[in-house]
Design a protein around this ligand. Structure first.
Ligand code: NI
Length: 174
């Protein structure tokens, strides 16, 4: 089982590199990410969150629907974004931290699928939000970066606790 890195782990602040080829190794990484995400009841996950600095994300198209199959996206890019809406978000790297984030409502996305083929599609609502949140991770950006400093101040105690846990985990791994 892949371990999800916690806030405070420096890998979450690094930029992930484009993926050159979709290989069996990448496909098994995507499968592992989906498994790790579902065990934690998440709706999206990025490769840096499992310690891999490559541009791979998995996103659940309809987080409200338990049968909605997560989609892996390689080198995802948002080509167009429209509208705006605000909703409460969380992140598996920031357990129990929730805050309202404003994001575009509709996005046009281009990516490679797990056969290495180009694909583009429009995503709305939660699917768009999850994709934007995960692409942020590929750039070392976390959802709390979108908050006002007052809002981040409100979360400071929680963030410090998670940072301590991340440090203990990293020390435990030697
Ligand atoms: Ni996240």
């Amino acid at each position: 089982m892949l371990t999800i890195r916690l806030y405070g782990d420096p890998i979450l602040r690094r930029k992930a590199a484009p993926i050159g080829a979709v290989t069996d190794e990448l496909r098994s990484l995507a499968d592992g990410m989906i498994e790790a995400m579902q065990v934690e009841d998440g709706v999206g996950l990025s490769a840096p969150q499992v310690g891999v600095l490559g541009r791979l994300i998995v996103a659940t198209p309809d987080p409200e629907d338990l049968d909605s199959e997560p989609v892996p996206l390689v080198n995802p890019v948002v080509e167009r974004a429209q509208g705006e809406w605000t909703e409460e978000e969380g992140c598996l790297s920031l357990p129990d931290v929730y805050a309202e984030v404003t994001r575009p409502e509709t996005v046009d996305v281009r990516a490679l699928d797990m056969d290495g083929k180009d694909m583009s599609f429009a995503a709305n609502g939660w699917f768009a939000r999850v994709i934007l949140h995960e692409i942020d991770h590929l750039n070392g950006v976390l959802f709390i970066d979108h908050l006002s400093s007052a809002e981040r101040g409100r979360l400071r105690g929680q963030l410090e606790r998670i940072t301590r846990r991340a440090r203990e985990t990293m020390e435990g791994q030697g």
